[in-house]
Ligand binder design. Structure first.
Ligand code: FES
Length: 94
């Protein structure tokens, strides 16, 4: 398990889960809009990685094809398309 700080609230997620980061956070009550319910279309699940460490974004699994097609701004990820690898600090964009 790893600890995710999302807008200042701590959540525990399973870094080995088949479920997305978004699904795991919502299951614990995180208020993520997720208008497309994880289809990778709406971007309302976008998070900004607040880390400024030596490997920014390295706390999350690599981008999949769906995320790469979305051309997100630097530092942003779709929480429905990734999972956490290590503890990290995230901010919801919507
Ligand atoms: S929930 Fe719509 S893109 Fe993630």
């Amino acid at each position: 398990m790893v600890t995710i700080h999302l807008n200042g609230t701590a959540y525990q997620v399973d870094e080995n889960s088949e479920e997305s980061l978004m699904a795991q956070l919502k299951a614990q009550g995180a208020e993520i809009i997720a208008a497309c319910n994880g289809a990778g279309i709406c971007q309302t699940c976008a998070v900004r990685v607040k880390s400024d460490g030596p490997a920014p974004m390295g706390e999350l699994t690599p981008m999949n094809e769906t995320e790469e097609l979305m051309s997100l701004p630097d530092g942003q990820r779709l929480s429905c398309q990734c999972n956490a690898k290590t503890d990290c600090d995230l901010e919801l964009m919507y």
